[in-house]
Design a binder for this molecule. Structure first.
Ligand code: FBP
Length: 250
């Protein structure tokens, strides 16, 4: 069974990430509209995204009217930027509840290298088993962090993260930019057959972001799960449409 099919188009994916209200706080919402979940849902529909990523609360309050329009991915764990020390992102929603909210897939962030990685590995293992029993895919955000990680964009660190996703049973993994295309290719190969998507990261120039997206596809990556590089721009819809073309092309 291909759990990922509800969020794939031409075997690729283009996901609009919007869990920042919890992870970073409203300071990410540089444009007034970007604080409004309805604006994000409309953008997801018109911008040809293959899914939108919400935390449980936003999904509960805003998603229902969009159920047959934009596929939902519910992020099952989360934390604030105020958490100090080694990171741990606790489970705050079950796969069952995510399904009731209309989710076709769930997401979970793992911080390999944190002294709490064992807790996240354990929770993630249970999430995968439950989600698969419910027919849902699991996307792992793989963000190595902790004392031993000096730079999470370090190619070795990103490649290791990609492989961890395969080892732990993810259906799709989301990784950070490993600085060069050749390392992205390596990460994709190390995770195979698990699909790899790139996180957007902090906003960069449009040109740079288009180039990076082309490199994701050329490296065998499956697409993007991106937030700020879309909804922090005044021309978000225009950018989204151009990115969708790059991603879904054969
Ligand atoms: P962006 O495209 O805006 O980087 O979003 C991707 C994402 O993984 C979000 O899902 C999440 O809220 C955020 O980045 C986490 O960022 P950080 O690296 O600061 O933990």
């Amino acid at each position: 069974m291909n759990y990922l099919s509800p969020i794939l188009r031409n075997n690729r994916t283009f996901l609009l990430a919007y869990d920042h209200g919890l992870e970073h706080g409203p300071e990410d919402f540089l444009l007034e509209k970007s604080a409004e979940p309805e604006f994000i849902l409309e953008l997801a529909e018109k911008g040809n995204f293959s899914g939108v990523i919400f935390q449980k609360g936003i999904a509960e309050k805003y998603y229902q009217p969009w159920q047959n329009i934009v596929p939902l991915i519910v992020k099952l764990n989360g934390k604030t930027k105020w958490q100090a020390g080694e990171p741990y992102s606790p489970l705050i929603c079950s796969p069952e509840y995510a399904k009731d909210l209309g989710a076709v897939a769930v997401g979970y962030t793992i911080y390999p290298g944190s002294k709490f990685e064992h807790l996240m590995f354990k929770e993630f293992g249970q999430v995968v088993e439950k989600a698969h029993n419910l027919g849902m895919a699991v996307i792992a955000w793989l963000y190595p962090r902790g004392k031993k990680i000096d730079n999470e964009n370090n190619p070795q660190v990103v490649c290791y993260a990609a492989r961890i996703g395969l080892e732990l049973g993810a259906d799709m993994i989301k990784i950070k930019w490993p600085l060069e295309r050749k390392y992205l290719e390596k990460a994709v190969n190390l995770a195979r057959p698990v699909k790899v998507v790139l996180a957007g990261g902090e906003r960069i120039s449009e040109e740079e972001f288009f180039k990076r997206t082309e490199e994701v596809i050329a490296s065998g990556g499956c697409g993007l799960a991106v937030g700020r590089n879309i909804w922090q721009r005044k021309n978000a819809l225009e950018i989204a449409k151009k990115l969708a073309k790059i991603i879904y092309q054969r």
